[in-house]
Ligand binder design. Structure first.
Ligand SMILES: N[C@@H](CCC(=O)N[C@@H](CS)C(=O)NCC(=O)O)C(=O)O
Length: 203
């Protein structure tokens, strides 16, 4: 198995997950800033031209970070970070879907259509007019999450899961690209600080 890796919150999510699960993976770094992921050699590996990508022993390709993490979770020894029962797995997936739709997508589009425009305008359709509204959507979602997090340690409750890793990678990314966490959101801020203290987030 080989993970094609780069800078950015999507590869970061997989690296943090791998570190938490104690999984050893061969990695090959791709120069995202230089656009190597959009060139022919990498497109032969991942036709979507995005990072990361996992290539299995039989040569098959897995993309989409939650699919990559779920595959590793199921195939590698150790305690699952998705869940041990159908009910636990459903709760984790419920929250991951929410994080993807309400935070990951508007945050990354908000970035790509504004601060990230010089890097992304030749890679995909960009709509700068939409950027402020997309960034506002993220703030509204995090305000709602703050209420839901009252009395909880982790997103699903008392269990640390892939949903925490996913959300953290993107909230931490937002901090670096002009979408900082509103520290008035006390529950999300306390969760963010708990996550920041984990060694795995430095992977
Ligand atoms: N839906 C994909 C998103 C992957 C993605 O957008 N990756 C970013 C890096 S964080 C990327 O490749 N950006 C560079 C580009 O699109 O050229 C996933 O879940 O893996």
């Amino acid at each position: 198995m080989k993970l094609f890796n780069s800078v950015g919150p999507n590869p970061q999510t997989v690296r943090t997950f791998v570190a938490e699960r104690g999984i050893q993976l061969d990695m090959a770094d791709v120069d995202l800033m230089g656009g190597e992921n959009r060139k022919q050699a990498y497109l032969k590996i991942n036709p979507a031209g995005q990072m990361p990508a996992l290539i299995l022993e039989d040569g098959s390709l897995i993309t989409e970070i939650t699919a990559i993490c779920e595959y590793l979770d199921e195939t590698q020894p150790g305690d699952s970070l998705i869940g041990a029962t159908p009910e636990e797995r459903a709760q984790t997936r419920r929250w991951m879907r929410w994080v993807d739709l309400e935070v990951v997508d508007p945050m990354t589009r908000g970035f790509r259509y504004s601060e990230g425009l010089p890097l992304f305008q030749d890679r995909m359709p960009c709509f700068p007019d939409a950027a402020p509204g997309l960034k506002e959507c993220v703030q509204v979602a995090l305000q709602w999450l703050d209420e839901q997090m009252a009395g909880k340690t982790w997103i699903v409750g008392d269990r640390f899961t892939l949903a925490d890793i996913l959300l953290y990678s993107f909230v931490a990314f937002g901090e670096q690209v002009g979408q900082p966490l509103d520290r008035e959101l006390k529950n999300v801020s306390a969760w963010f600080d708990r996550m920041s203290a984990r060694e795995s987030v430095k992977a």
